[in-house]
Design a protein around this ligand. Structure first.
Ligand SMILES: NC(=O)c1ccc[n+]([C@@H]2O[C@H](COP(=O)([O-])OP(=O)(O)OC[C@H]3O[C@@H](n4cnc5c(N)ncnc54)[C@H](O)[C@@H]3O)[C@@H](O)[C@H]2O)c1
Length: 464
């Protein structure tokens, strides 16, 4: 910004050729800046994400004139709003009338807030509400060209829903699931048309967040994938194709950061130190402030349900067991006296963390900001490399786009994979080896791809 101002001012205050020369000098300095390079990477990675490898350009999208959403909860309501905003009529389906009523009220209240703020006219709100038809029973999905299921995260529930959708929807209807962790291939196998099943992983709040992970199942038909990307763009989203695995790309990498953040607490850091290292890096919020905001109980219940697959979070679990759920209970990783939104350090939580370290025989030590950042982010880069090796993401740029748009990774560092290359992959490999040796955790050992690239085999982009 100061360079822009100076360049404009230069034309008025100096002879024109001198002004031009000053502008050129600013440009030369800025274009070589790492943040400029990172932002250019983001620009091209976004455009590249629209290309699906292995799909013929001739493949046509299926027409989508009407949609249905199953479940009027947090996600279903937001997804229905996305369709209405794009002018696509949508039937919102629940099992019971009460849940439907609550869901519709929430949507209405959401739009009413926008009208009050002046970002939406009353007419536009009425038009959107008129596009959402609430209905009880899955039979109401009969006329939909696409159904997005956003019911409970439970394989039994999803299997029953997809079995019924298979019976009641017309041939060619795309059957999508918004699951966060369940196996999309297993969901597809509950139908007689697995080629029509795809994952559409929206992020919360679904009507606001730009990222959409399009989960390509083993059997997903090419035209279903093309339709999903097309539709994603119609809904104003940034769709990125990912493969089937636990947590897909975004949440799978997030799990590594959660694990690393918890490990730092047990090793000697305190929540505010970890959060400060993350906000200093450019994120709006650290992982523990985030957990307090989202509700520690949500992750705790999800971890219990996921069993072995769940990320290890002993501190969060211990807090949840004491009823410390975060902001909603006034205490979690931090204290929130009288409904305060910004947390304060909580001596009780800190004592609990120290006790957990002692119980594990860990001698606590202090960490610098840079050490905390390395311990949090290197394992994420490692997971990204594994995701690339497995073909779960087609390009390292896709991983960057996912973390920038779904998890608030600061764009001026270009995303985790771009950032890793600016740090130097050799340094990341050495850091991971050290962490793996110190913790005995084999999952921290550098991925083969990372080792190859660090040894001089090129960049992530060249490896794809
Ligand atoms: N909450 C998030 O941040 C988030 C983010 C991404 C994906 N997801 C996924 O989205 C899905 C929904 O999550 P949520 O947070 O909206 O849950 P939620 O509990 O808020 O809503 C689920 C809704 O589905 C309804 N439902 C359950 N069974 C049904 C059936 N057979 N037919 C119709 N409706 C039914 C419930 O009555 C409920 O209203 C889950 O698979 C979850 O993993 C959630």
């Amino acid at each position: 910004m100061p360079a822009l101002i100076d360049a404009v001012r230069g034309v008025y205050e100096r002879p024109f050729p001198e002004g031009l020369a000053a502008e050129r000098a600013h440009f030369k300095a800025l274009v070589a800046d790492p943040s400029s390079k990172a932002l250019r990477h983001v620009f091209f990675a976004e455009r590249e994400a629209a290309r699906i490898p292995g799909i013929d350009k001739e493949v046509k999208a299926r027409p989508i004139a009407a949609a249905a959403v199953i479940g009027a909860g947090t996600m279903g309501g937001g997804i229905a709003m996305c369709f209405a905003q794009a002018g696509i009529p949508v039937t919102l389906i629940e099992v019971k009338a009460e849940a439907l009523h609550v869901g519709m009220e929430r949507i209405g209240a959401n739009y009413a807030t926008s009208v009050k703020r002046g970002s939406l006219t009353q007419e536009a709100m009425d038009a959107r509400m008129a596009l959402i038809t609430p209905k009880v029973g899955l039979e109401a999905a009969a006329d939909a060209d696409i159904v997005v299921e956003a019911a409970f995260e439970d394989m039994g529930v999803k299997a029953e829903i997809f079995g019924t959708l298979d019976r009641v929807t017309k041939p060619g209807t795309i059957l999508a699931t918004n699951t966060s962790y369940l196996d999309v291939d297993a969901i597809a196998a509950t139908t007689s048309r697995p080629q029509d099943v795809v994952g559409l992983h929206f992020f919360s709040p679904a009507n606001v967040m730009r990222l959409l992970e399009v989960v390509r199942g083993e059997t997903t038909a090419p035209d279903v994938l093309v339709t999903a990307l097309d539709l994603g763009r119609r809904l104003g989203k940034l769709p990125v194709v990912v493969g089937v695995c636990y947590g897909f790309v975004g949440n799978r990498i997030l799990a590594r950061r959660t694990e690393a953040a918890e490990r730092l607490l047990l090793a000697g850091a305190l929540p505010h130190e970890v959060d400060a290292a993350v906000t200093d890096f450019g994120f709006r919020m650290g992982p523990f402030a985030m957990a307090d905001l989202a509700g520690i109980d949500i992750g705790w219940r999800a971890r219990k349900a996921a069993g072995d697959k769940a990320v290890k979070a002993p501190v969060a679990d211990a807090l949840a067991e004491q009823g410390r759920f975060g902001q909603k209970t006034g205490r979690g990783f931090y204290l929130y006296p009288e409904g305060a939104r910004a947390g304060e350090r909580d001596p009780e939580t800190e004592a609990l963390i120290v006790a957990l370290s002692a119980a594990r025989g860990i001698a606590r030590r202090s960490f610098t900001l840079e050490e905390i950042q390395a311990r949090l982010f290197y394992p994420m880069v490692n997971e990204g490399a594994k995701i690339l090796e497995e073909g779960i993401a087609a390009r390292s740029g896709d991983i960057d786009i996912i973390w920038l748009n779904g998890y608030n990774w600061p764009s001026i560092t270009g995303g985790p994979m771009h950032w890793a290359e600016t740090v130097g992959l050799g340094r990341i490999v050495a850091g991971l080896e050290e962490m793996a040796a110190e913790t005995g955790d084999a999952s921290l050992k550098p991925a083969a791809l990372l080792q190859r690239l660090a040894a001089g085999a090129g960049t992530f982009a060249e490896a794809a």
